[in-house]
Design a protein around this ligand. Sequence first.
Ligand SMILES: [Cu+2]
Length: 483
Amino acid sequence: MNDGVTRRQVLLSGAAAAAGSLSTQLVRGEQTGSTSFSQHDRQASTEPSQNPNSKFSRFSRYHPSFGGPPESDEYLGKLVPGLRSSGLEPVPFIAPDLQTLSWKMVDGVKEFELRCTPVKQEFLPEKYMNVWGFNDSMPGPTMEAIQGDRVRIIVHNELPEPTSVHWHGLELPVEFDGVPGVTQHLIPPGGTYVYEYDLHQTGTFFYHSHVAMQEAFGMVGFFIIHPRVAYDPPVDRDFGLIFQNFFIPPNSWTADSMRMDWNWHTINGRSGPYTTPLICKHGERVRIRLIDFSPMQHHPIHIHGHTFWLTGTEGGRIPSSGWVPRNTTLVGVAMAQDFEFIAFNPGDWTFHCHMVHHMMNHMVRQVGPRIRGEEDMSTYLDTIPNRPPPHPSLDKTTFNVPGYPQKMQSKEMSQEAMQKINRRRETRGMRKKWHEGIKGLMTVVRVLPEEFYDLVMHSDEYIPDDAIFEAIAKGQYRTPGSS
Ligand SMILES: [Cu+2]
């Protein structure tokens, strides 16, 4: 589209972007007569917020908007549909940074294969932690099925100890429930067990080892069961995130599942800022499904700039009469919750657990003899007024600040590692220092006007740091329906 190209030229004028001065005049000029929505989206969209006859005329999908009174369907966007039509099959489920498990149809049964494996999981660039998972991934790959399917899951145990797999929340025959002793023998190392059952539910479920310490070591994965026809109101995006905690000592790369304290936090196997942002288009209806699979910690999950509706739990879809508007909701251990909202507010919005100890990485207390070379406790106590200096390898400024955890003492990141964080497509055009505010159980939801979405996600053109953020902050984007 010509006007799209013009728009890119504007955005890509690096000097202007760096100076934070995208030309408002140019952008306004371009808006006149502009139709940057693709044909597809125009067909899919019913533009209810722009249609005076629509029952959602009081809620705008493109601006912060109250909608009608609390009893109305449009209150805070409650039942406002996405840009997609009703009556279609569900949109693809996306769990950022995780693979989807493939299946093959065998005699009318969807057949999956899961391997229980030790995993070197890259929590942060070049920081490979020793945990356990499935198919060399922690969390394991996402299983997707459709209500009414019959599934067969062939589980191979490639761990050095016995295991079994439980299908969390599924109403299945007892012999396939995966509980050692109670419903089956443990699967020995090298062994295989086959689970097979029908799915009559829909919702956000998950599979996990039913050996407690293996659960604490990361053995979990999504098991999404879709309805044949997407729920109303239809969403345009369907994201999934699994939140977990681990304790990994300062000089170790191996999770310690015995600890009842936690200093590393992952979303789909990565710690902020390595968590990949969730990208959606301005005006879309978005679902985020969230599982807490931490060993012991609950997570108050918070979104910025929007209000979401709590539309589902690990028990399935909540009738809309029971939906609750929130910006923070507590997700307890082994619970799932589905949030839906209209992405009416363009920008880069933080989405995170609000526990302060979960908003950082590798928290360690930098006091005591542990960091002071060969010193033992008695030497340390004898020299309290004049403590020996830290071990040379730990003699960094950050160590002078006890309990200052954000700096990731002894596990600081190289230039190359930082590039791995900042050179992902999904981060293009964010503020240069965005990663400083994203740690531990934090990620970003990017609500991008259509033309910026295409630029970020579908072009390989250079986008200067700050450019997208600045353009949005200055209102230099086209809002559909306005002129
Ligand atoms: Cu938390």
